[in-house]
Structures are given as C-alpha cells and as structure tokens.
Design a protein around this ligand. Structure first.
Ligand SMILES: [Zn+2]
Length: 389
C-alpha cells in the first residue's frame, strides 16, 4: 500500500475521530520516502546540520519484504555521516534519537526489542555482534570490513524462530505464522513431539540458550556439563541444537531418555543437515533424538490430528520439518509448529524460585530404547506414554 503524504491528507490517513495516525509507520513510495524524510529533517543532516545529501535507511530496506520505505525508518544525512551510518559507526538508536523518531520500525520477522545494526546483525550487551541473514552478502562484508568491524562478530548463531501452522491454537496475533505450506507440499517431512524445555545450541567451544548471552540458571550449568562430554565430537563451526529438559517449565516429564534431546545439526555452511544424517550423528554422539511421531509425505490434516492427540495427552504440541537439508534463510518456510492453546512462553515462571527437575529413565546410548521412531500405524494404535525401559 502506498500513500502520498503530500497529496493533501487522504481520508485513509485519519482515524474516524479526526486523530492523525502515525504517518511514520505508513509504507511510502521511494520518492515520497526521500522527500518526506528530508522535509521532516529540514533538509539538514541529523548529525551535523550541514545540508543533507541523502535519506538514509536506518534498517536496511532489503531486510523488509515491502521495501522498507517508512518515514520512521529514514534519517537525513550528509555524505560523511551517511558513510558512518552505513558502516554502522552511527547506531540505529543514535539515528532515531537524532531524527526525533519515537516509533521503532523493523521488518515483520524481526523483533522491535532486539538491538541490531543497520544490516540486521543482532548486537550483544557487551558490544559483540551475531551474524544476521545479510552478513555473508558481498555488500555487508565490504562495508563492515571497511569499518574494521568484522572481528566483533561472534561465531555463534541464534536459533531461528519457528513459525506456527495456520491451525496452531497456541499462536497469538504477534507470533510468526507460516504464510503457506507450498515449500513442504509433496515432500517428506518429520513430525516430532515439541518438548517444553529450553532451546540450547552447542559448538565445539561454547554452549548457549536462545539468548547467546543469557544469565545463569542451574539447568544451564547442567547442559554445560553435558557439553563438556560431547564437545570433542562437534566439528569446528558446526552446531548441535538441543532441548534442555533439566528444569520443569510448564509441563512435567517423567521417563525421558535424557534431559538433553537432540533437535538438529547445522554445518559450517549454516545449513541444517537432512534428518537421516542428523540421526546418524546423534547415534555416534550418544544423543537421544527428538521423538518422531510421523515420517512421510506432508499431510496437514494428519499433522493436526497427531498434534491434537499429543496435546490431549498433556504435551505441548509438535514440530514439523522438511526431512531434507534446510538452509538458515529457508528455515521459516521449511519448519512449522503446532502448539497447544495458552502455552506459557516466558522464561520468568521457571527461571525464578526453586529449581524443579524433570525425570529420566536410564538411557543407554549403546542400547537405546527406540522412543524416537513410531510408524504412522503406531500413532493411530499405540498409546503415547513415555517408553518404559
Ligand atoms: Zn553530517
């Protein structure tokens, strides 16, 4: 949708009562963007008050799927400060403040609360940065190299957010939804039980929860111990993603094969390995894989049926992934989840207070009880209770 800000105020820009909507968050055409940013800033660079030569995109427009031409995503700059902004020597927050912008405009798949640089690379509290989706592009490499900033990047990756399937009752209006299932149609998928723990990522030299610099919790100390045992098996620049089930969150588990369940493995090209290969690696490492409920051609109705059964039995829901390789940038269309209604998502309820542990049975990696694989007929026949050893 494009609205001409200079067209004399079309009715669409006003609420019924006559109160103006925040014009800064309306999508503009490229020309209107440039014009309205310069008009707002009086034609002056927001940093030094010299004549402005450009309307700078505070967050890179390529990250937006709609062009990103929002007044609140623009700042007027001179040549020198334009370069500083592109090199991220001027921060996104500094530019917003200098331009008097109060509304944070970010692409739909990014969170307005997350601190990022212009190129969408998340910034940690200590100033180090995480590689975002544009990090490896030639343009970003060149400009950050020129700024001397390539070595502030850590080698670690944030686990991507999993989108909800359209029929997932747990998805709120704010949650990411799978726009379509086209990428999964006709392909082999793996449906596994979604476990209510903490997503954790293990490298050869580091382990972190979803937040790379998260605070201390006894359950995080436990996965660090586990990490010290398996780290020598993880190739350099690869990562193993697991669910840390040490602490009880909203669901209490008994009879788990392990407190640490394997979800996926990512290689040094930032590609999630195909499921069969993943299971082979888990076998070699002695890691219990996620419990597979269905392995076959994508079938949304069947996935809903399986998920409803899991929820009925007190589970959180299911995760469906392509059985093939999943590049980082395609995660949002090749992985989806179904979560029960009202599932508590915040950390505060289990991070505070006494540490309550889930229960396991004695899992022997040499002779594991195969809780991971159930055929489609099992799903319709057998009970879903945890396996007995
Ligand atoms: Zn300037």
């Amino acid at each position: 949708m494009t609205r001409n800000l200079f067209g004399g105020g079309e009715p669409s820009a006003y609420k019924a009562g006559g109160a103006a909507l925040n014009a800064g968050t309306l999508l503009l055409s490229r020309e209107d963007f440039t014009r309205s940013v310069l008009v707002r800033d009086g034609g002056r660079c927001v940093c030094c008050d010299q004549a402005a030569t450009a309307a700078h995109h505070i967050i890179e427009r390529v990250l937006f799927h709609d062009g990103g031409y929002y007044l609140d995503n623009g700042a007027s700059v001179c040549d020198e400060h334009h370069m500083d902004a592109e090199m991220t020597l001027l921060s996104v927050e500094q530019l917003r403040t200098l331009a008097g912008i109060r509304t944070v405009v970010v692409p739909a798949h990014m969170s307005p609360d997350e601190v990022v640089d212009k190129w969408g690379n998340p910034i940690l509290k200590d100033g180090r940065r995480i590689r975002g989706e544009l990090f490896h592009t030639e343009q970003v490499q060149k400009i950050l190299g020129r700024a001397g900033l390539l070595d502030v990047f850590v080698r670690y990756f944030k686990y991507p957010r999993t989108s909800h399937f359209a029929g997932s009752p747990g998805g709120s209006a704010d949650d990411k939804r799978l726009k379509s299932t086209t990428a999964l149609q006709g392909t082999r998928v793996i449906v596994s039980e979604k476990m209510d723990g903490e997503n954790s990522t293990l490298y050869d030299d580091y382990v972190h929860a979803r937040s790379i610099d998260g605070r201390y919790h006894p359950s995080r100390a436990r996965i660090k111990q586990f990490h010290s045992i398996i780290r020598q098996d993880i190739p350099a620049d690869w990562r193993v993603c697991m669910e840390n089930l040490t602490a009880v969150h909203s669901i209490r588990y008994e009879g788990l094969p392990s407190l640490f369940i394997g979800l996926s493995i990512w290689d040094d090209r930032n590609v999630c390995l195909p499921w069969d290969e993943t299971v082979e690696y888990f076998d070699l490492m002695g890691i219990a894989p996620a419990r597979v409920l269905y392995d076959g051609v994508f079938d949304e109705d069947l996935i809903t049926e399986i998920s409803e059964q899991i929820v009925e039995e007190g589970g959180e829901g299911t995760v469906t992934r392509s059985a093939g390789a999943i590049p980082y940038a395609h995660f949002h269309e090749l992985v989806g989840k179904y979560v029960r209604q009202g599932h508590v998502l915040t950390d505060s309820h289990w991070m505070e207070g006494d540490f309550d542990e889930n229960g396991t049975y004695d899992w022997d990696p040499e002779d594991p009880v195969d809780w991971s694989m159930m055929s489609r007929s099992d799903i319709h026949g057998a009970a879903f209770g945890p396996p007995s050893s």
